[in-house]
Design a binder for this molecule. Structure first.
Ligand code: BGC
Length: 733
């Protein structure tokens, strides 16, 4: 028998000394013991803290890139959006925050690199929990590699208003789908030891007048729609933080709204983390503190010296300060950010790109495919005309605080502007033209920029296939005037389609788009804001290496006239960005959400309006059939058979909806669950979907309680919200 020579493992003295010192130190700092529960650690640390140390946890210290928001410690923000001093004396780490809605913001400005994931709406259109997790994990890794320990991501506002400039940052119109996607994103992000967050709490559904607008909505409607999405996201993701929004809700600003913050978030839902204000969304000291705001960002106008003075004068009880500080400490311990300081490092670029590609491939939605115009069959399609959308250089991204900087800068630099900054369309250097040429080396692929629709049509005429790239740019800080493609894009598509019946439109949009040309084109592919590897994902879909499987997470209306608010609630331009207005004037700025919980598909069904494309809709290169629904009342599950009736392997997102029992006042169905199932050609599978009880309940305003009404619930299953071929029932006693 061979024996291995005994090898002595030598540990450098310095390392031993450091570990020893740490252990000794932590012996005196029991709150730094990771074996204890975060609640216990927070309590232990809090007991040691002075009033000044507590207050230091309750406000920001400026924002690096905003000249008006500089404070003495702003330099410590690491180029991010916010910085909260820790408690050095007690070994409590500072919180270094960065915007990271679809990737880490401001990386270019800081000389770093970030992966742009597809938009959150694209990820939601995958209906895929694993993708959501990978989304969060990738961003979490990059947050830490850039030296941050908290995200300002996790947007989960429902798409009430599709013209909202931030639609791309959110996960669509259904509370169960949006809450599930964002919940899993945050769960996996926070697992990287960065504090997770959800925002913008709540009913922050348009950018127009966001600092003054008063969202008026009944408690029941709000609980069953917008707030339910938050609750589901929070219960899955358990994030350390919630960001309250700029707007008022039923009179009070969201960041000093006792109903939203104390009653619902902290009491009804038992949220133990901290609430931070949106940037400059804090409006008072005593009112906000009592209402449940824990931390002002990014400054200390209300929660700095003024808060201390209010405590000393007895206007704010110390117990309130303790509650705020305890919550901030809890988030640091819960996430692991307190124990595992981020180390700046080079991110794994390839790993990020692969994740971005995979998720985009699952999120792309095939909306139309007449005469099987797609996928492109290389042996038959020899000449392709690629037209418009700057497809020769790149793909567009979403703007505002979510903006991720492309490596090398904006692929289309607007004349006279240097950097890729606020309120300016940013194009990633991800050319779909180049990606297609790489996939189809034997095809002749020509490009026309589309400036002159006639010239583009001439090119299309001689081709076997025309692909028009069209885009819709969205950004925080503005709403879309309408859902039409801007500029000459509709005209361009019309003319190209008239010249070549085999025309496919690829949309790069942040929200729904109206399509006056829909009847004239053969195919439509919704690619959303596609992220750093969007061109590769799209090319894989177009040539059929990947079979599309995404389904719309939001309704595409036929026209703006069908929306609950045909005209977006606008304010006088001079009022748009004005600061807080006194209470009585808030009336003037009200948006009345009379449609209540009828958000998206619920509205269209209740109002009997036919959308252009329904929530949950999306095609595949194969086909599926549904049969044999049975409902198990004990397990609350729906079971049915799904068969791949086509010739290719494909993935179907099978959806289950529920209707409340007769006697309820509701004229729409609610998404109750879904399954993502991959089947080979001809294969059948028995699919079991759990009916989520949270979406069956109704909220009673008088008692502030949820009811699960007894009665017979209709259970429906099918491929989209407007096509549910299977029906069954669920009796609840
Ligand atoms: C946005 C937030 C963002 C913050 C910090 C605000 O304008 O509404 O979503 O996290 O700025 O950049």
């Amino acid at each position: 028998m061979l024996t291995r020579p005994y090898r002595r493992i030598s540990i450098p003295i310095a390392v031993l000394a450091a570990v020893g010192a740490l252990l000794a130190q932590n012996k005196d700092r029991p709150w730094m013991n990771p074996a204890l529960a975060p609640e216990e650690r927070a309590e232990l640390a809090l007991k040691q803290m002075t009033l000044d140390e507590k207050i230091a946890l309750l406000h920001g210290n400026g924002m690096a890139h905003v000249p008006n928001w500089q404070m003495p410690l702003t330099a410590l923000t690491n180029g991010g959006a916010g910085y909260v001093e820790g408690v050095k004396r007690l070994g409590i780490a500072p919180i270094v925050m960065v915007d990271a809605a679809y990737g880490v913001r401001d990386s270019g400005a800081n000389g770093r690199y970030s992966t742009a994931m597809p938009s959150v709406l694209a990820a939601a259109s995958s209906w895929d929990v694993e993708s959501a997790c990978e989304y969060g994990e990738t961003i979490g890794r990059e947050i830490r590699a850039q030296g941050f320990n908290m995200t300002l991501g996790g947007g989960v506002n429902l798409t009430r208003e599709p013209r909202n400039g931030r639609t791309f940052e959110y996960a669509g119109e259904d509370p169960l789908l949006a809450g599930t996607v964002v919940g899993h994103t945050m769960k996996c992000l926070q697992a990287q030891h960065a504090i997770g967050e959800v925002k913008h709490y709540a009913v922050n559904d348009q950018e127009t007048g966001r600092n003054v607008v008063n969202a008026v909505i009944s408690k029941r409607a709000m609980q069953e729609s917008d707030l339910l999405a938050f609750h589901i996201a929070i219960s899955i993701g358990n994030p350390g933080a919630v960001m309250c929004s700029y707007n008022r809700v039923n009179g009070d600003f969201a960041c000093e709204n006792p109903y939203l913050l104390q009653d619902v978030l902290k009491k009804q839902w038992g949220f133990k983390g901290f609430v931070l204000s949106d940037w400059a969304g804090t409006h008072s000291t005593e009112k906000a503190s009592a209402a449940g705001l824990d931390q002002e960002q990014p400054m200390a106008a209300h929660f700095g010296p003024k808060l201390k003075e209010a405590v000393e004068a007895g206007r704010v009880p110390l117990s309130e300060i303790d509650d705020h500080a305890r919550r901030v400490l809890y988030a640091l311990f819960l996430s692991g950010a307190a124990d595992d300081p981020p180390q700046k490092s080079v991110v794994d670029v390839e790993r990020g790109l692969e994740a971005a590609r995979r998720i985009e491939e699952k999120g792309i939605v095939l909306l139309k495919n007449d005469r099987a115009v797609l996928p492109i069959v290389a042996s038959r399609v020899k000449r392709i005309a690629v037209i418009g959308g700057h497809a020769d250089v790149g793909m567009i991204s979403g703007g505002g605080s979510a903006q991720v900087d492309p490596p090398g800068g904006n692929a289309i630099m607007p004349p006279g502007k240097g950097a890729t900054r606020w309120m300016q369309p940013v194009w990633f250097p991800t050319s779909p033209l180049k990606a297609l040429r790489a996939k189809l080396p034997n095809a002749k692929i020509d490009f026309d920029a589309g400036a002159d629709p006639k010239a583009a049509a001439t090119l299309a005429k001689g081709a076997d296939l025309a692909i028009v790239f069209a885009y819709q740019w969205q950004s925080e800080g503005m709403d879309l005037p309408n859902l039409a493609l801007a500029g000459n894009q509709n005209e361009l598509i019309e003319q190209v389609a008239a010249a070549n019946p085999r025309t496919v439109v690829v949309l790069e949009s942040g929200s729904a788009v109206t399509m006056p040309w829909l009847g004239k084109v053969a195919g439509v592919v919704e690619a959303w804001y596609a992220g750093s590897a969007g061109h590769r994902a799209l090319a894989n879909i177009l040539v059929g290496e990947t079979n599309p499987s995404g389904k719309l997470a939001m309704t595409f209306p036929a026209s703006e006239a069908d929306l609950p608010h045909p005209v977006i609630a606008t304010l006088a331009a001079k009022d748009m960005w004005k600061g807080p207005v006194p209470g009585s004037a808030a009336e003037k700025y009200a948006v009345n959400y009379d449609e209540g919980a009828k958000v998206g598909y619920k509205w269209y069904e209740a109002e009997r309006k036919q959308p252009l494309f329904a929530f949950g809709f999306g095609l595949s290169y194969t086909t599926f059939s549904y049969s044999g629904l049975t409902v198990d009342p004990a397990a609350k599950t729906a079971r049915f058979t799904l068969t791949n009736t086509g010739k290719r392997e494909g993935t179907e997102i099978a959806q289950v909806y529920a209707r409340l029992p007769k006697g309820s006042d509701e004229s729409f169905k609610r998404l109750a669950g879904w399954a993502r199932v991959t089947l080979r050609p001809g294969e059948s599978h028995s699919v079991t979907v759990t009916i989520d009880e949270r979406v069956l309940r109704t909220f009673d305003e008088a008692s502030e309680k949820w009811n699960l009404a007894a009665g017979t619930y209709e259970i429906l299953a099918g491929p989209s919200s407007d096509r549910t071929p299977l029906a069954g029932s669920l009796a609840i006693r």
